[in-house]
Design a protein around this ligand. Structure first.
Ligand code: PLP
Length: 417
């Protein structure tokens, strides 16, 4: 029989979302006539694609149906016109030194954050925040970079940096020397955003310790304050210690279209086993050329339209729509005496569960009393216990309706239930 990758057997059985479905299913079966459930648990966008992107993709499909406009395999790293548009609009216009050759178009940041492990070696000391986007953890488990999982869901061999209200959801700098650090700002799930000082401390740490930062900026477009950094490359020295992942999933609603990019700067190096320095960009280019055949021409034309004048305006409108949802959620929950975090520069509101309820206790309360589905904070890591995530990705009607239902909940009365 063929051998399997036994690292997969270390994975904690996909617990969070199956458990949510199980509880929702059980509730629906027990209360068949009840009001429709409103799902504020998902991390997926709900609004239609920006018109500029649709039009660009429609034109691209038509071109592909002609002899002159047909495109076969494209460059594995992406078409130059898209890489150039990204470099100009997302970086150069903001004074960040990133060039088109350092941008690698992909079919998603989820894949990029996983694939990057292909070019990194064994034995790196790896840090992730807790709570965290689970992909960073699970992909390291699959790659054999961890030990076994413990009862709290933490894997041996990983360094967990706890995020909580007490530290303002700002991960403490590690006391020890680490080699790879995953950071995500604006953050999923806590909705926290990083200040320039905070990112500078991380860049300084990485430079001092020869560490690599994997900076996930999937929610960059949701930053509302122009003074906040939008890229790790806003920080001096980041080109020597960080790669950045960006995606069109959350700004342009491309979750079902699939387009993202990784920035791997020239001159950013890792170490070979003989101690010599190796450029990561060269390895990444080699990895992508060998294992990836590029994102479709049609989709890349859709992504390019994000940077057109109409595209920019439509994206601003889309982001403000979701951020207005987030403000409605924040206001409603605050009015009810709940302590809320995030939701100001991110589409997620992170709240402290009230009345001594744990994350799943609050999940059950919202499900039963309000018929609203959210995400228990403990599902994102042990330190997420006692917190809960609500997503602003929904229609206005659903958000308003959900908040009206939550306003009628009795938190204190069910504390012991
Ligand atoms: C949604 C999301 C992404 C984007 O992933 P894609 O694969 O590009 O859709 C990346 N990181 C985080 C933390 C996310 O929540």
């Amino acid at each position: 029989m063929v051998l399997v990758n036994s690292n997969y057997l270390k994975l904690k059985a996909g617990y969070l979302f199956p458990e949510i479905s199980r509880r929702v299913q059980a509730f629906s079966t027990a209360h068949p006539g009840d009001a429709q459930l409103i799902r504020l648990g998902i991390g997926d966008v709900t609004e239609p694609l920006p018109a500029a992107c649709c039009e660009a993709m429609t034109r691209a499909v038509e071109e592909m149906g002609t002899r002159e406009g047909f495109h076969g395999y494209g460059p594995e790293q992406g078409y130059d016109w898209l890489r150039e548009a990204i470099a100009a609009n997302d970086y150069r216009s903001r004074g960040c030194d990133v060039s088109a050759e350092e941008i690698f178009i992909s079919d998603g940041s989820k894949c990029d954050s996983s694939n990057i492990l292909d070019i990194l070696g064994e034995g790196n000391r790896i840090a992730i925040t807790d709570p965290v986007y689970p992909v960073y953890v699970d992909t390291n488990v699959m790659a054999g970079h961890t030990g076994e999982v413990d009862a709290s869901g933490r894997y041996g061999g990983l360094t967990y940096l706890p995020l909580d209200a007490e530290n303002g959801f700002e991960a403490p700098l590690p006391g020890e020397k680490l080699d790879l650090i995953y950071l995500c700002f604006p953050n999923n799930p806590t909705g926290a955003v990083a200040s320039r000082d905070q990112l500078k401390r991380w860049v300084d740490y990485a430079l001092a310790n020869d560490a690599l930062i994997c900076f996930d900026a999937a929610y960059e477009a949701f930053i509302q304050d122009a003074a906040l950094p939008r890229s790790i490359y806003d920080i001096e020295g980041a080109r020597q210690c960080a790669i950045e992942l960006r995606s069109f999933s959350k700004n342009a609603g491309f979750t079902g279209i699939r387009c993202a990019f990784a920035v791997v700067p020239r001159g950013l190096k890792g170490r070979a086993s003989d101690g010599s320095a190796v450029e990561l960009r060269t390895l990444w280019k080699r990895r992508q050329s060998t294992k990836f055949n590029g994102v479709s021409y049609v989709v890349q034309r859709g992504a390019e339209a994000v940077y057109s004048e109409p595209g920019k305006a439509q994206i601003r409108a889309l982001i403000s729509f979701y951020m207005d949802n987030a403000a409605i959620i924040r206001r409603a929950l605050t009015a009810q005496g709940l302590t809320v975090f995030g939701g100001e520069h991110a589409p997620y509101v992170w709240l402290r569960t009230p009345a001594g309820l744990d994350s799943w206790g609050f999940f059950d309360l919202l499900l039963h009393q309000a018929h609203v589905v959210g995400t228990p904070g403990s599902g994102f890591g042990a330190a997420g216990e006692g917190y809960f995530r609500l997503s602003a990705f929904n229609s206005r009607a659903n958000v308003e309706n959900a908040m009206a239902r939550i306003a009628r909940c009795d938190f204190a009365g069910s504390a012991a239930a």
